[in-house]
Design a protein around this ligand. Structure first.
Ligand SMILES: O=P(O)(O)OC[C@H]1O[C@H](O)[C@H](O)[C@@H](O)[C@@H]1O
Length: 445
C-alpha cells in the first residue's frame, strides 16, 4: 500500500543535498529525545504515541456521544479557538462536501464554529440563527479559561437553557477540557455535562487526535477510526525509518532552507478543501517555532485561486520564501470537460480530459515557474484525500514539527508569547486582579 511521500529534489538548486543529508545524525538524536521524552518541553510529548495508544473503548465512547448529539441536533456548534478548533475544522472541511451547509437531506448535523473570534456581528447572527434550530454544543478548552470560547459558551448556553428544559440542555452539551483545572471543568462538573479530558501532556495544537478533534469529526459523520489508523501507521513508519523518514527529511530541508535565508514557508494546496489543514499547520508551526527571535514564518495559499492574487509576489517578490505543496495524486470524483461545437471559449483542446488533469498541469506548471523564479519547492504527496491519508498527513506534520523545533534549538511545545495580548486585553477591560497592568497600559494611551 502507498504512503505519504516527500520529494525535495526541487530544493537542490538552492541548498545542497549533501548539507540536507548532513542533518541525519542530529535528527536521529532529536527523534530519540522525542521518543524518550528527554528534550525541551518533554512534559508535552503525550501526542507522540497518541495514535497507537487510542483504544477501542475510547473510540466507541466518542462514537456513542457523537451518535447521541446527531440524534438530538440539526446543528452542532463547536466552541473553541486555536488548537481547540483548528484540527477538527481541518479534518471536517477536508472530508465534507464542499457545499455541505446547503445539503438539506442529511445524515449528520451541520457543524458550525464559535469562540474562534469575538466579532459581535458573527455572534449576533449565530444566536439569531440558532433560535429556530435544534442545536447542541461541544465546548472545548484545554485551559478552560480562554476568553473567546468562554464568552461564546456563556451566550450559547444561555440560549440553549432558555430553549430546552434544564435536563435536556445538559444532555445537549459536551465539554472537553482539563481533568481537574479551569472554569470549564468546574462548570461541567456542577452541571453534570458529559465531559472528555484533554491529557495534561498534549498541548492544544497537537490535540487533534484526542476527543478535541475526534468528537466534532465523528459528529460530522467522518470515520475517526480510519483517521487514527492513518496516524498510527505514520507513527510506526516514522519510528521505523527514523532519520530517513519523510518527516525527518522535511524537518531537515526546511531548516537548511531557513539557514540560507528562506525565512517564510508557504504551504500550498490545489484543493479548496485543504484550506483549514493549512490553518491548522500554521498554528502548529507558528506557535511551535516562532520564539527566541527565531522561526520560519508559516504562510499559506490556496491555488489556483491565489495564483490570481498572490502569484505575482511569489513569482517575483523578495526571494526569502520557499513552498511546500500538499499534493493529492487522484481526485475522488470525476468531471470530464465536454466538447463544444462552437468552441467560442477555445477550450476544446481540453475536451475529454478530467478537470483534475487541468489542475495537475496548473500545479506542475506553477511548480516549475516558481522554482525558475527562485522559490525552492518541497512536495508532500498523498494518494487520495480520505480519512486514512489525512491521519498520515497530520501525524507527519506533528512529528516533523517536533524534530524541526529541536533542530532550531527552541522548545516546540510552549507558547509564552501568546500571553502578551491577553494581558493587555485584560488590563484594558479592567479585569479584577489586573489593576497595576490597567494603570500601566492606560498611561501608554
Ligand atoms: O484550549 P484552550 O486552553 O482554550 O486554548 C486555546 C488556544 O489558545 C491559547 O492562547 C494558545 O495560544 C493556543 O495554543 C491554544 O490552542
Amino acid at each position: 500500500m502507498e504512503n505519504l511521500k516527500i520529494d525535495i529534489s526541487k530544493t537542490f538548486t538552492f541548498v545542497s543535498e549533501e548539507k540536507v543529508n548532513g542533518y541525519k545524525s542530529q535528527v536521529a538524536s532529536h527523534l530519540k529525545s522525542l521518543y524518550e521524552k528527554t528534550g525541551r518541553g518533554s512534559d508535552f510529548l503525550g501526542w507522540v504515541n497518541l495514535p497507537s495508544s487510542i483504544d477501542e473503548a475510547q473510540l466507541s465512547d466518542i462514537e456513542t456521544t457523537a451518535a447521541n448529539l446527531k440524534s438530538k441536533a440539526d446543528v452542532v456548534v463547536v466552541i473553541g479557538i486555536g488548537g481547540s478548533y483548528l484540527g477538527a475544522r481541518a479534518v471536517i472541511d477536508a472530508m465534507s462536501n464542499s457545499f455541505d451547509h446547503l445539503i438539506t437531506e442529511r445524515k449528520n448535523p451541520v457543524v458550525i464554529y464559535a469562540g474562534q473570534n469575538i466579532g459581535e456581528d458573527y455572534t449576533a447572527e449565530l444566536l439569531e440563527l440558532l433560535k429556530d434550530k435544534s442545536f447542541a454544543l461541544v465546548v472545548i478548552s484545554k485551559s478552560g479559561t480562554t476568553t473567546e470560547p468562554a464568552l461564546a459558551f456563556r451566550l450559547l448556553k444561555d440560549l440553549l437553557e432558555s430553549k430546552y428544559s434544564a435536563e435536556e440542555a445538559k444532555d445537549r452539551i459536551v465539554a472537553i477540557t482539563d481533568a481537574k483545572k479551569g472554569a470549564l471543568r468546574t462548570l461541567a462538573d456542577q452541571k453534570g455535562y458529559k465531559t472528555y479530558v484533554i491529557p495534561d501532556d498534549v498541548g492544544g495544537r497537537y490535540s487533534v487526535l484526542t476527543p478535541v478533534g475526534l468528537l466534532p469529526i465523528a459528529v460530522a459523520g467522518i470515520d475517526i477510526r480510519a483517521l487514527v489508523k492513518g496516524a498510527k501507521d505514520m507513527e510506526e513508519i516514522t519510528a521505523k525509518e527514523g532519520e530517513n523518514s519523510a518527516a525527518a527529511t522535511y524537518a531537515a530541508v526546511r531548516n537548511e532552507l531557513y539557514k540560507n535565508g528562506k525565512a517564510t514557508e508557504i504551504l500550498v494546496n490545489y484543493q479548496p478543501k485543504l484550506h483549514f489543514v493549512a490553518e491548522w499547520w500554521k498554528q502548529l508551526y507558528g506557535e511551535s517555532e516562532g520564539k527566541e527571535n527565531k522561526g520560519i514564518f508559516p504562510a499559506a495559499v490556496d491555488f489556483s485561486t491565489d495564483l490570481h492574487s498572490m502569484g505575482q509576489w511569489i513569482q517575483e517578490g523578495v526571494r526569502n520564501i520557499f513552498e511546500t505543496i500538499i499534493t493529492v495524486s487522484k481526485a475522488n470524483k470525476t468531471v470530464i470537460v465536454p466538447t463544444d461545437e462552437a468552441d467560442l471559449d477555445g477550450l476544446n483542446f481540453l475536451a475529454g480530459k478530467r478537470v483534475d488533469d487541468v489542475n495537475k498541469m496548473a500545479e506542475l506548471g506553477t511548480l516549475l515557474a516558481h522554482v525558475d523564479g527562485g522559490v525552492p519547492n518541497i512536495k508532500v504527496e498523498i494518494p487520495v484525500l480520505n480519512e486514512y491519508y489525512l491521519g498520515q498527513l497530520l501525524y507527519f506534520f506533528e512529528i516533523a514539527c517536533g524534530i524541526s523545533g529541536y533542530i532550531l534549538d527552541i522548545n516546540p511545545f510552549d507558547q509564552p508569547g501568546v500571553e502578551a495580548y491577553k494581558k493587555n486585553m485584560f488590563a484594558l477591560l479592567e479585569k479584577p486582579g489586573f489593576e497595576a497592568e490597567t494603570a500601566a497600559i492606560k498611561a501608554k494611551l
